[in-house]
Design a protein around this ligand. Sequence first.
Ligand SMILES: [Zn+2]
Length: 441
Amino acid sequence: MTTDGTEQLFSHFHQAEWLRGAVSRRMGQGARRLLLAVSLLCAGLAGGQPAISQPSVSQPKPQLELPVATDVRLESQGETVRLAMTLSAVVPLKAWVQAAPDRLIIELPSTNFQLQPGARKSAGFVSGYRYGLFTADKARIIVDLAQPAILASAEVKPVRGGFGELSIELKKVGRAEFLAEVAKAPRAEPATLPPAVAEKRVGETRRTVVIDPGHGGIDPGTVVASTAEKSVVLGFGTALRDQLESTGRYRVVMTRDDDRFVSLSDRVRIGQNEKADLFISIHADSLTQAQDVRGATVYTRSERATDAEAAKLAAKENEADSAAGLESGEEVQDVAGILMDLARRETRTFSGVFARNLVDKLGASVKMHRIPLRSARFWVLSAPDVPSVLIELGYMSSPKDAALLSSAEWRGKAVAAVSAAIEDYFARERAPVGKAAEARQ
Ligand SMILES: [Zn+2]
């Protein structure tokens, strides 16, 4: 082993050891936090008031308390590819293969991935892999297969010092053998528990706005030059939340406010359960073929896309669940009936009104796409009773847009424009009576 390699190994070891020390130092604190949470909950029950008014999505553990994964290695030898990582603890593991797209899913307890950024990303029939939080208590590593392959072995071996060595071996097989293995795999379970229906808030006069930063956790969205869409849109979403909350006129609910995976159907459900007056999904697009295409676009949902590019984009955004290894999502069953039809038509009108507002306000302060208002079949906009729009902030594939998306000045201007559009929408004489208002009566 070279001196470099030894040093690298030592630094990973050192880091993991330090983190494990920190974990044990924090154990007392964790127990105290649990006690505090229980006593708060009891106080809430005794007072007849719900103790917590946020959506009941469990919080991921702080990064410091998680097992740490370091030193990833991917190598191919003949018909075999081996993937290995060093873990700061021995943890249970599940692994299985899925077809269309062909991939291997490895599931671990929540893990703090500190893998070296320059590590090899493909070898043999493995065309790539990604990793991240899947739910509050699970992490996933998803390995893309360019050719059919099955697991020869998958384990976390205990090694010296309480560490674990994650070791996965894949071997190339024919299509039929691969599909037989896929049939044995566990059925996909929903990624997160459906959030509970929000309590009716007596005396609540504020409008409810749900902000939906796209992607998250295991699903990075578009990645251009090591910047991930999931971080850009989370930064924008939280800035928009802060701006709206500072007015005192809105109850803001985030579908996620940290780096976690939320399935598309859960995002839609959060909007419905919170009886949102508006649902705003935030994304940032990319077009690898055309780096000169720039600007923000506002999308609404329609069965038929306004243009081919919009249709392609919606198809890509609808793949988010599949990127996390969920089986490809089926569209929420359309509820039939005249009332639902009326609701849907009304919702569509209001979505359109708000979208035009957004284009006006955004267009006055930031660069817009040539055709700034478009529509396509976005799954995340499918709630029949919540006016919903999706903003693509710009094209991460355009160097000019990419620079703006990471500039505080640009973000400030865009957040102010979106807030102004929201103000305007609710201030109109014919402001819609949303679900929240209905629930209040
Ligand atoms: Zn996106």
